[in-house]
Design a protein around this ligand. Structure first.
Ligand code: TGC
Ligand code: FAD
Length: 390
């Protein structure tokens, strides 16, 4: 078995710098050391290993593309993608923590925040001393965030926030929430809500069968007084949260490759070691068909992610391209995880192997950051010029 060719079938390493490879390797080693030994137990217990957040902060994983003068690592977009890939090989929950913190909390503060907001929050978020979450989805508005009911009402020079957000990663432990709500002119605005503000609660959503090592919750606002200094001054309209999603969706396009490679390498090894009918099951043509088709799809997904990273580094990646990569690569990972699980037979359903956990996690990944079908329709709109959303 040639592990190198499985990880990089089309020799994309030729296009990565020594720094990219070092970042990928150090993230992989951290995942092997700190995530793999504990993650099954946390997922089985439905608990999140939140002690890892500060470890990620120390490694420079949080805010990897945020400039160093705000506490970030100042890395490029390929580096961000490779980090997401390695984290999700460990567990989607770990990638979720890092992508929410980086793309959905630090990015909007960096891109749309005042200088004072950047200085106040970004260094703590980069080190993991502060935990952030992102509130866009509401109980009645998931795929159609433009219908949001959360309201910011002007009172003197400040605002009163009412409404609720649903399915929010890390909300129960977050120190701050970047929340999107409409103002009195019906314009979507971003606000930084701090834990402890009167009228703000963040109850946990429990009993999930997916992303069990990630905390998910609500954000409930009951007449919360939001000082005007907590409003993000640099953006108005739905494009604010959508620009954050572009960044997070890009990360997922990479993360799903790490997950698929993890499933694939386990299944390939197993197929070579497991004997039935007196031979390794890898001998059977139907097993080889599965393995051949999977590595083909993984290689295609890698090429897509790499090219998207190049475009993103050049500020040329458009939202429809990002959407396509998120949809394609997550679907690829779902298909790969399911086929790999079958190759393992009965033992594939246990926590002895990561595949079933990855499979269940993907049920969230295919839904959040825009469902598979919403992304199909984004591509449909891009192809036809006709919106099917109303
Ligand atoms: P539409 O009329 O198309 O657009 C409204 C305004 O938004 C702008 N826009 C974008 N801007 C930048 N990037 C994008 N990707 C954008 N998509 C839309 C658009 O240009 C317009 O701007 P303006 O200035 O003209 O007003 O909006 P619509 O109401 O028809 O809805 C379409 C759309 C695309 C919003 C919807 O299809 C969609 O994407 N729904 C999915 C919602 C979603 O992805 N939610 C994710 C919530 S966060 C999350 O899941 C985090 S999980 C984290 C984890 O744990 O990893
Ligand atoms: P709905 O929008 O109700 O969709 C239900 C079904 O209808 C889907 O199959 C969808 O594809 C389909 N559908 C909807 N509209 C159309 C249409 N026009 N055409 C065809 N089909 C359509 N959100 C945040 O804001 N922050 C977070 O941190 C966050 N974390 C999450 C963590 C987890 C574990 C999960 C599961 C979700 C999280 N979300 C978060 C929410 C996530 O973004 C939403 O679940 C997602 O956008 C879909 O919204 P919905 O669940 O309300 O489904």
């Amino acid at each position: 078995m040639n592990t190198k060719s499985i990880q990089d079938y089309y020799l994309l390493d030729d296009y990565y710098t020594d720094e990219h490879k070092l970042i990928r390797q150090s993230t992989k080693e951290w995942v092997n050391r700190s995530v793999r030994p504990i993650i099954d137990e946390y997922a089985q217990k439905h608990e999140s290993p939140i002690h890892l957040i500060k470890e990620m902060g120390k490694l420079g994983i949080l805010g990897s593309f945020i400039p160093q003068n705000y506490g970030g690592s100042g890395l490029d977009q390929i580096s961000y993608g490779l980090i997401m890939q390695e984290l999700e090989a460990g567990d989607s929950a770990i990638r979720s923590i890092a992508s929410v913190q980086t793309s959905l909390v630090m990015y909007p503060i960096f891109a749309f925040g005042s200088e004072e907001q950047k200085r106040k929050y970004l260094p703590g978020l980069a080190s993991g001393e502060l935990i952030g979450c992102f509130g866009l989805t509401e109980p009645n508005h998931g795929s159609n965030p433009s219908g949001m009911e959360c309201r910011l009402k002007l009172k003197n020079n400040d605002y009163i926030l009412n409404g609720s957000k649903m399915w929010i990663t890390n909300s129960p432990i977050a120190d701050i929430a970047v929340v999107w709500a409409k103002d009195e002119n019906n314009i979507v605005r971003g606000a930084i809500i701090e834990k402890g503000m009167a009228g703000f609660t963040a109850p946990e959503i429990s009993r999930k069968w997916s992303l069990r090592a990630s905390l998910t919750g609500e954000l409930v606002f009951d007449d919360v007084l939001v000082p005007s200094t907590h409003i993000l001054p640099g953006v108005e309209g739905l494009k604010g949260p959508m620009m954050c999603l572009n960044s997070a969706r890009y990360g997922i396009a990479w993360g799903s490759i790490g997950l698929a490679l993890d499933c694939y390498s386990v299944a390939l090894k197993y197929s070579l070691e497991r004997n039935q009918f007196g031979v390794p099951i890898a001998t059977f043509q139907l097993v080889q068909k599965k393995l051949a088709e999977m590595i083909t799809e993984i290689a295609k997904a890698q090429l897509l992610a790499w090219r998207l990273g190049v475009l993103k580094n050049d500020n040329r990646a458009n939202p429809a391209q990002i959407s396509m990569a998120k949809r394609n690569n997550v679907k690829m990972a779902m298909d790969v995880a399911r086929e790999c699980r079958q190759i393992l037979g009965a033992i594939g359903i246990t926590g002895d192997f990561p595949i079933m956990r990855h499979m269940m996690n993907l049920e969230s990944v295919v839904t959040y950051e825009g469902t598979h079908d919403i992304h199909l329709l984004i591509t449909g709109l891009d192809a036809t010029g006709i919106s099917s959303f109303s």
